[in-house]
Design a binder for this molecule. Structure first.
Ligand code: CA
Length: 508
């Protein structure tokens, strides 16, 4: 009898707790092409010359993930992974095509779950967004200066966001106006009776790295430290890399900043000059993001929202900052594969904590749903990070993951591979060539061990593991991504036309 009373009491208390429990707000902040090694909380050669105190604040007050990665290091596909919790071949966005919004997505789930959903900034999924109560989006890549937006309600009948009516904002830099609009959403649109899920997406520091004018002198007289691999020429690696035009001082069309630079033949002197100019432009954009995030964090404090708001910061992929003589992303090498991931949740995430597990952008939607108390859809392919947030030990966490990049721009060849805690295996499928790196002894990936007989057993084991991962992900090696699923006839036609142009060019 006594036992029944206690159990009734416990059940009564739990229901009271559930009724009074406030679901957490979730503020998801993402920048475009922001490499982890350009955030001072991550250390590295740039930490002292270009500190990011506001992002560091998130790390000091929350959790920093040292091994966060993407499954396809390119903008639109990575965003589609985050929207769906599915690999590219399952969500239909292999390249820059556009998301089929008829499929289940994170914002749709959150909206149906009773969250007020909002979006501002760089979107780049091309089809009109679904699942948001309010949105304000940069058309396509958007512009750094005098930034125009397509506002919800100004959609074009084509269903393609960039074709909607654009509202200009003369005199504004994108990072500043995106923040202003976010703060206006918080003060004017947010419903205090509802928990919110808000996505705040910066365009910076994507190319062509146009910073706000107030940063013209920032780093002007500073010598930016060079990476050890600035003059790495890919010796011992697959010649596949030579196809790519991502090298900073050679055929690259984005880093030929001035007529003087353009006229110089590729040489060590040119590479050094381009590197300095490139990094200053990039880090000025990063500074603008960091300053603006400071404004957002201040607002959360002043409004009292900080306490019940989970803040997540990440990027859609990493970026080469001169390592291997490269810029841009796409490749499975560490600098482009890794993303920053910081999370703050007062009272739940221990301040200043660090996690080293292999976590993925694929995990983000499951994490956010889990944090909101929403059941995790069975067809999502990642894993909730909530147990890691709250300090649980995760003895059965993934020990490796699958990656695949599909050929699109910059002539960067397609490839797939795996990364584990200590190894990386890369397969260049169009050349049938392999690369293997021992990340314990070779963090900079300059010593390809694929042809080394001493590593043949490891190579065979990793090849087998890669086949297993590919099969588990449901990927077909023969699916090269030339049949995207956008759900939009106009986008399908533009991709078909683009592929025809590429094929015609190859025949010439
Ligand atoms: Ca990007």
């Amino acid at each position: 009898m006594k036992t029944i009373s206690l159990s009734l009491l416990l059940s009564f208390s739990l229901s009271l707790l559930a009724a009074g429990e406030k679901r957490p707000n979730i503020l998801y902040i993402m920048s475009d092409d922001h490499a982890a090694h350009a955030i001072s909380a991550y250390g590295g050669r740039l930490a002292e010359v270009a500190p990011t105190p506001n992002l560091d604040r998130l790390a000091h007050e929350g959790m920093r993930f040292t091994n966060a990665f993407v499954t396809n290091s390119i903008c639109t596909p990575s965003r589609a992974v985050i929207w769906t919790g599915k690999y590219s071949h399952n969500n239909g966005v292999y390249k820059f095509t556009g998301l089929d919004q008829s499929q289940p997505t994170l914002p749709k789930y959150m909206q149906a779950h009773g969250y007020q959903t909002g979006f501002v900034g760089k979107y780049h999924l091309h089809t009109n967004p679904v699942g948001f109560d309010h949105w304000s989006i940069l058309p396509g890549q958007g512009s750094y200066h005098d930034t125009a937006f397509v506002e919800m309600g100004d959609e074009h009948p084509s269903g393609i966001v960039r074709q909607g009516k654009q509202t200009p904002n003369p005199g504004w830099h994108s990072s500043d106006i995106i923040t202003k609009k976010a703060l206006e959403w918080f003060t004017d649109i947010r419903d205090p009776e509802q928990p919110f899920f808000y996505m705040l997406h910066y365009k910076a520091p994507h190319d062509l790295w146009q910073h706000a004018h107030r940063y013209n002198d920032y780093l002007a007289d500073v010598e930016i430290p060079e990476p050890d691999t600035l003059f790495d020429h890919g010796s011992g690696r697959s010649p596949a890399l030579e196809q790519s035009t991502q090298e900073i001082a050679g055929r690259s069309h984005h880093t030929q900043f001035t007529a003087e630079i353009k006229a110089m033949p590729d040489s060590p002197a040119k590479r050094r000059l381009v590197y300095q100019e490139y990094m200053k432009r990039y880090l000025r954009c990063v500074k603008g993001v960091d300053d603006n995030i400071g404004k957002v964090l201040d607002y959360l404090d002043e409004s009292g929202l900080s306490e019940n708001t989970i803040v997540i910061y990440t990027a859609d992929q990493g970026f080469f900052l001169g390592e291997h003589g490269l810029y841009d992303k796409r490749l499975i090498y560490e600098e482009a594969l890794r993303v920053p991931l910081l999370a703050r949740w007062p009272g739940q995430i221990q301040a200043g904590s660090v996690r080293n597990e292999l976590v993925l952008n694929l995990d983000y939607p499951e994490t956010i749903l889990d944090l909101a108390g929403h059941p995790i859809p069975e067809d999502m392919q990642g894993r909730s990070l909530k147990p890691l947030f709250t300090g649980e030990t995760a003895s059965d966490w993934r020990q490796s993951f699958y990656y695949r990049y599909y050929y699109s721009h910059f002539d960067t060849p397609s490839h797939w591979g795996l990364r584990s805690q200590y190894h990386k295996l890369i397969y260049w499928d169009t050349r049938d060539e392999w690369e293997l790196y021992d990340l314990k002894s070779d963090t900079q990936e300059t010593n390809n061990l694929a042809e080394n007989p001493e590593w043949s057993a490891t190579l065979a084991n990793l090849k087998s593991e890669l086949r297993t991962l590919q099969r588990q992900a449901g990927d077909n090696p023969k699916d090269i991504g030339d049949h995207p699923r956008t759900g939009n006839a106009a986008l399908d036609k533009s991709e078909a036309d683009r592929l025809a142009r590429v094929a015609a060019k190859k025949e010439q």
